[in-house]
Design a protein around this ligand. Structure first.
Ligand code: VGL
Ligand code: ZN
Length: 213
């Protein structure tokens, strides 16, 4: 089954209950990626995941800014921040991975979003680029030079993770059938794909993956 060598990693972004239907910050049709990811995992030697993992008092939660609503934009410690419903609180069910997601061959999980003063969309760095999750060092030490990114949500954590991966020098692919957008604005997912392509990221359907790897 394993056809892709360990120089290429499958990077699973934030596939957690709260981003799936029924979750606190559900990504529409997010569950449709699960069977695709189930068929991708056996093809890879090297699999890593990220996990959105916030303290309850995180500054990205609208409930922590009285008088605000989810979707509203505020200044959080000097950075523009979209406010979200409470989601992926550390240690809660919502922050957990679904049981149907096979974790048995994952090499590591990188938690992000622990600092209450700054959000962390990318799996590599927080939005201020101060905190580092260790993902970059892990990939470099393991000899990974190419990453295939899937998960949730296309217009936030997948996009920022892909842009950082590319800027760090990894060949970067986003498997478009294995991600879904939040689409706060209806075209956000489409725009995210355009931005990623402009940044040198290859966006393709997973059925065409073997043409590239
Ligand atoms: C995400 C919003 C807030 C994501 C995480 O995983 O895309 N989006 N926190
Ligand atoms: Zn979050």
């Amino acid at each position: 089954m394993r056809t892709i060598n360990s120089g290429t990693a499958l990077l699973l972004v934030d596939i957690q209950h709260d981003f799936l239907p029924g979750g606190a910050l559900a990504v529409p049709h997010g569950d449709e990626i699960l069977p695709i990811i189930a068929s991708l995992q056996p093809q890879f030697d090297h699999i890593v995941a990220t996990q959105d993992w916030h303290p309850a008092h995180h500054g990205s939660f609208s409930t922590n800014h009285p008088g605000t609503q989810p979707g509203q934009q505020i200044d959080l410690d000097g950075l523009s921040q979209i406010l979200w419903p409470v989601h992926c609180v550390e240690g809660t069910e919502g922050a957990d991975f679904p049981d149907t997601l096979d974790r048995s061959r994952w090499k590591a999980v990188f938690k992000k979003g622990q600092n209450p003063k700054v959000d962390s969309y990318s799996g590599f760095f927080d939005n201020a680029r101060r905190g580092d999750t260790g993902l970059r060092t892990h990939l470099l030490l393991q000899g990974v030079r190419r990453v295939c990114i899937v998960g949730l949500a296309l217009d936030y954590c997948v996009k920022y993770t892909a842009i950082d991966a590319r800027s760090l020098g990894f060949e970067t692919l986003v498997l478009t059938d294995a991600t879904r957008a939040v689409n706060l604005q209806p075209e956000d997912g489409k725009r995210a794909l355009e931005e990623m392509k402009a940044a040198g990221i290859i966006c393709l359907d997973s059925k065409n993956l073997t043409r590239y790897v």
